[in-house]
Design a protein around this ligand. Sequence first.
Ligand SMILES: Cc1cc2nc3c(=O)[nH]c(=O)nc-3n(C[C@H](O)[C@H](O)[C@H](O)COP(=O)(O)O)c2cc1C
Length: 198
Amino acid sequence: MTTILQINSAARSQGAQSTLLVNELTEKLQQSNPGAQVVTRNLQAEPLPHLDDAILGAFFTPAEQRTPEQQAIAARSEALIAELQAADVIVIGAPMYNFGISSQLKTYFDFIARAGITFQYTANGPEGLVTGKKVYVVTARGGKYHGTPHDSQTPYLKSFLGFLGMTDVSFIHAEGLAMGADAASAALASARQAIAAV
Ligand SMILES: Cc1cc2nc3c(=O)[nH]c(=O)nc-3n(C[C@H](O)[C@H](O)[C@H](O)COP(=O)(O)O)c2cc1C
């Protein structure tokens, strides 16, 4: 059975365009994978903390030497990694805020990037340990940046996901959402056309 992990990373709980579109993409994937199980990771409803001394201390202390507090922090990270590893298909909603991904998505990435668990360094360089996944990223942006040097998200997401082993990544962009009603409608229509073609 296919498991789809949908990651919502918008800061808004209501009306987020990235969430609207990833919901539609997940529905489409369910249609093409009847019986697929969907797991939703809502980073706005269940926010993760920023990296700090306590979190880094937990990650870098050997498991058998961790304090109870460090064990709880490491367990939270490892539960997110288990959820990710259990998925066959990963669908990420990625709004653009201030030329980057949301801080919600960044804290998630900080919790799933773990040396020896999701990546490792070998004599040949880094090796990602989250393999065999199909990833879809749906971006939502006020302006239009795809194909320009200002598209800070696409190369970053490809690098990060690829570093962890997720190299089969497809992007769907909803761009120009803040450029007037006509541009916003065209952005949603174009994203929906790409979703229909998945
Ligand atoms: C705090 C904030 C920062 C934003 N920064 C950018 C930006 O740097 N570039 C851009 O094109 N749009 C920017 N926008 C517009 C968003 O990309 C657009 O509203 C998009 O729909 C956000 O995704 P969401 O609807 O899923 O929250 C910003 C919006 C907000 C609320």
